[in-house]
Design a binder for this molecule. Structure first.
Ligand SMILES: [Zn+2]
Length: 376
């Protein structure tokens, strides 16, 4: 199931919105309507709701700019960024690989909070130019919108500096530890442990606040803590994985016997004979010893079931020129990154333009399971 809708592209980076964000957008608009309505009922419903919708849209834009700042700094350091997804608790830029140096990591992380703080400062400055003074009440709708945007963006900057993954503060902290211990994996583990401790702090503080009568606010803090905790654990697992694959190359885990099928095989017999009975997940399409492409159950699924006897492998296969491939000398982590980027479960392994094997998520998973059984 798709979990987000595509919104468009800015500077070549896809912007997506997770469904949960739509709910949050509605909640923000409603609570802003309530907030502005309570502080200035004399402005009337029309103005109040226009303010609420306008502020929510600008808040959304500010989050996109925050994420863009991460993406653009990453790109400046030659790290590709495919997309930005906005979800319930903010946004994430899908930065496709880890920074290579602590310095890069530091700048990619810190630029987000700096951007939010600058946006917040500019909004407060705009309110000031409209006649607002710090601590005073707002006298016009536009001023009220700018003041709210100013405070919320500054709050966002502060919140993002919480030193736990996946908050920007987590990245910044990891970069600092990394620069100090000169070892990324150790830095990730240390940062993740600190992140988990802080997350526990949030949960305990939130629960205590809730029982002391803080209401839903306390539960929110506990919820954020829980979110930080799961993320910190995930980043720990990620670094364990990198360690488990340390020194391991695609050549070590690739399969060299690949099932082959003829391009004229119809999909029904491919499913019956090759996928179900023989248990294959991925087939090389070959004719007279020449490799034409690759076909997987996912490709078969794109054709309606009743059409299987009529369509052939040739109709659905992914042609060789379009395949993402791996080199036998690439690391397992690089191969996994390529699979993630291309959204596939296997890669043909090529050496000097010649097919030498296949590397699949299945194989990599088996390796991990075997390691675990051996307590390695
Ligand atoms: Zn950020």
């Amino acid at each position: 199931m798709r979990t987000h809708i595509k919104f468009g592209k800015i500077l070549g980076i896809e912007i997506g919105i997770h469904y949960s964000w739509l709910i949050i957008a509605v909640l923000i608009t409603l609570s802003l309507g309530g907030y502005f309505g309570q502080s200035h009922p004399e402005w009337g419903d029309g103005v109040i709701w226009a303010m609420a919708v306008g502020s929510a849209v600008m808040f959304f834009a500010a989050i996109v700019i925050h994420e863009m700042s991460h993406a653009l700094v990453a790109r400046a350091y030659d790290i590709p960024v495919k997309s930005i997804t906005l979800f319930a608790l903010g946004g994430v830029a899908q930065i496709e690989k880890d920074a290579e140096t602590a310095k890069t990591e530091f700048w990619i992380g810190i630029v987000g909070p700096i951007t939010s703080a600058v946006i917040g400062g500019l909004c407060l400055a705009a309110a000031y130019l409209l006649g607002w003074t710090f601590g005073a009440d707002t006298s016009t709708p536009l001023m009220a919108v700018f003041v709210w945007l100013g405070y919320i963006n500054i709050a966002l900057a502060v919140f993002n500096m919480v030193p736990g993954f996946p908050m920007d503060g987590g990245r910044v902290m990891r970069a600092a530890i990394w620069a100090f211990v000169k070892d990324r994996e150790r830095a990730t583990k240390a940062a993740s442990l600190i992140g988990q401790t802080i997350a526990f702090g949030f949960i305990i503080f939130g629960i205590i606040a809730f029982f002391r009568g803080s209401g839903i606010g306390g539960l929110w803090i506990a919820f954020i803590g829980w979110f930080l905790l799961t993320s910190a654990r995930a980043s720990y697992a990620q670094s364990e994985m990198t360690q488990a694959f340390a020194g391991l190359k695609v050549r070590d885990l690739m399969t060299t016997e690949c099932a082959r099928v003829d391009p004229r095989t119809n999909l029904q017999s491919l499913v019956d004979d090759n996928i179900l009975k023989a248990g294959g997940r991925c087939f090389l399409v070959e004719e007279n010893g020449e490799l034409l492409g690759l076909v997987t159950p996912a490709d078969v699924r794109s054709v309606e079931r009743t059409m299987w006897p009529m369509k052939t492998v040739d109709d659905v296969m992914r042609p060789f020129e379009k395949l993402h491939t791996a080199s036998p000398e690439a690391t397992i982590v690089e191969a996994l990154e390529t699979m993630g980027r291309a959204d596939v479960n296997q890669l043909p392994v090529l050496e000097g333009g010649r097919l030498v094997g296949m590397i699949s998520r299945d194989r990599i998973l088996n390796y991990l399971v075997a390691r675990k059984e051996l307590d390695m």
